[in-house]
Design a protein. Structure first.
Lengths: 560, 54
């Protein structure tokens, strides 16, 4: 007798689908039960499913008393005045649902929101940003990878809520980070077809969409499964009841209290940088003598190069894509940006005229998309609004943020976002430009070390046509200070200024004693070593053929 | 008291069409549930990285 396969297989599929559907409903009910208790969690390591999946985020948008706040590292740093703490007990009827991981940029945030999809329509959402990513050429790939989720990427690639032209532009940016898509063949293939924009590619993409929707469905079910597993693993520590303590918040008193409290922790430096940050990085943040490749702090380097990089940073493209995504999803956003730490930027000779490029462009771009924005530019010169040079908010900064969040949550109509913080004291305006000149940015190599000469090249990238002096040491003894001013065709071809940056120093007779000497070359007066220095020198007395100790030409033997 | 089932009883039972149908349904169901258990938990975690300041 032929075995009846079709009917049992269909029955099994129906039963399994029913079980999955039942599981899905059960998962949603469990998520809803614990959502408010878990809403204020700010550490991604404690609650990874909130940051890497969309189940919790979509659930948050369905709750009227939660205000989602997306951002980056500023949301993960603990602070007693963090919105997650201030609104923990729903004092004015709501609390925030922070979603921010270290290094998240606009491209990561827009994927998270695309995964929320239609649940965002008509809902308020707040987005926090900081200025530094807007003057880096491109977000470091590690930062993007650290915030990547296959679920978000697939949701965006096969989103039915976004127009194809927008998805095409986003796809091109996502493909700038190909490593993240290595294990996502369907998503990668769809993004490549989107980015191609030919009739054939568009047809293939459309044919892929149903398959992509199935992938999205599977990812969503897996996301709910992960949520259930997380809840069960934490069950003994979780309570699902949250306290509601309605009250009024005296914002002016809170702002004063928060500033005083912060000042007590930021007394060991002139920039209002938090004591613990200064103790960790102060020597690198404040000393110009470290302004040397390899020694300079990346953040300081980025700040010093800001005038050259701010106009071309990819983060502006990503912000524009984020704004358009919000528009197409029908969200009601508010953007909050912390100000730059103007006193610190001024110290590093970045004048307000250059700093305001950020504030102006942010205002213009968000204005074009009709997105209310507060950039707190009036606090540029307020040393105590941010706790570090990367513009993470201090206690005082958080109170201003919280006031804006509270007013935004309760606002029926938004008529100028600055009205949200009008009750609080205005900032002092821009920090005055510092007296310091542009810091030098030295580069150089100690190429040749005997037997007849010590040679190499050095230049100041900020003054490409000027020569710089170098000190030559034998151990701790200064042998000579000479100018790196000889011409090299190789340097000129390598676009090292005008090519007149070579130094050559004939090895003095007294060093040709057959004993080892440690030769070190530094930029004169700075203590900054060239690359490949110090180097050992040992010249036998028989090599005493030349070497007067004077500077001599050796330009042909150095390489850029 | 029921008599103990014999091999003959079992073979008669197995040859009944409704028993075969139920057995096949359970067989397919087991496969599907196995697949769900195996692939139900997606991995959406991001690789750990060193935060570079911003």
């Amino acid at each position: 007798m032929k075995a009846p396969h079709l009917a049992p297989a269909l029955a099994a599929v129906v039963i399994a689908a029913g079980a999955v559907g039942g599981g899905y409903l059960y998962a949603r009910s469990v998520e809803a039960r614990y959502l408010h208790a878990l809403a204020p969690v700010i550490a991604s390591s404690q609650f990874p499913v909130k940051f890497q999946g969309s189940a919790w985020q979509r659930a948050a948008f369905r709750e009227a008393d939660l205000l989602p706040l997306y951002g980056s590292s500023e949301l993960e740093l603990r602070n007693p005045y963090h919105a997650a703490n201030l609104f923990k007990d729903y004092p004015t009827g709501f609390t925030i649902f922070p979603v921010g991981k270290m290094g998240a940029g606009c491209l990561a945030i827009l994927q998270q929101l695309a995964a929320v999809g239609s649940d965002l329509r008509g809902k308020k959402v707040t987005i926090s940003m900081t200025p530094p990513p807007f003057f880096r050429g491109m977000m470091p790939k590690e930062n993007y990878q650290g915030n990547f989720s296959p679920l978000f990427a697939s949701a965006l690639a096969f989103s039915m809520d976004l127009d194809v032209p927008l998805k095409q532009r986003i796809a091109r940016r996502m493909l700038d980070y190909p490593k993240t898509l290595e294990n996502e063949p369907l998503t990668r293939f769809a993004l490549c077809r989107l980015a191609e924009d030919s009739p054939l590619a568009r047809a293939i993409y459309r044919a892929l969409v149903p398959l992509g929707q199935i992938q999205n469905l599977v990812f969503q079910l897996q996301d709910h499964w992960n949520a259930l597993v997380f809840i069960h693993s934490m069950a003994s520590d979780l309570v699902h009841d949250v306290r509601h303590e309605t009250g009024t918040l005296d914002w002016q008193a809170l702002a004063g209290e928060a500033e005083l409290s912060y000042r007590d922790t930021a007394y060991n430096n002139p920039f209002g940088i938090a004591k613990h940050v200064w103790e960790l990085d102060g020597s690198r943040l404040g000393r110009q003598t470290n302004a040397y490749p390899g020694g300079i702090f990346p953040l300081v380097m980025a700040i010093c190069e800001m005038p050259q990089t701010i106009s071309s940073a990819k983060e502006w493209t990503d912000l524009e894509l984020l704004l358009q995504t919000l528009q197409e999803l029908g969200a009601r956003p508010l953007i909050l940006s912390s100000p730059m730490k103007g006193v610190f930027y001024a110290y590093w000779a970045v004048p307000y005229q250059e700093r305001r490029l950020y504030y102006d462009r942010l205002e213009k771009l968000t204005g074009e998309h009709h997105v209310p924005t507060i950039d707190f530019a009036d606090h540029d010169g307020d040393a105590f609004f941010t706790l570090d040079a990367a513009s993470h908010m201090s206690s005082k900064g958080w109170i201003y943020y919280c006031k804006a969040l509270d007013a935004f949550y309760h606002a029926k109509e938004i008529d100028g976002a600055y009205a949200f913080v009008a009750d609080l004291p205005a900032g002092p305006g821009p920090a005055p430009d510092g007296p310091r000149k542009k810091i030098p940015h030295y580069e150089g190599f100690h190429d040749l070390n005997g037997p007849s000469a010590i040679a190499g090249w050095a230049w100041d990238r900020t003054r490409p046509d000027r020569s710089v002096p170098v000190d030559i040491y034998d151990g701790e003894e200064l042998l000579a200070t000479i100018a790196a001013d000889q011409f090299s065709e190789g340097l000129k071809k390598a676009k090292i200024g005008n090519g007149r940056h070579v130094f050559t120093y004939a090895v003095p007779e007294r060093l040709k004693d057959g004993r080892p000497h440690m030769i070190r070359v530094r930029i004169a007066g700075t203590g900054l070593d060239l690359k490949r220095t110090p180097r050992p020198l040992a010249v036998a007395s028989k090599d005493r053929s030349q070497g007067s100790g004077k500077s001599t030409r050796h330009a042909d033997r150095v390489s850029p | 008291m029921n008599p103990r089932p014999t091999l003959e009883h079992i073979s008669v039972l197995v040859s009944a069409p409704w028993v075969r149908t139920v057995a096949m349904t359970l067989y397919y169901l087991a496969i599907l549930l196995g697949l769900i258990l195996l692939y139900g938990q997606g991995d959406f975690s991001a690789p750990p990285f060193i935060y570079q300041g911003f």
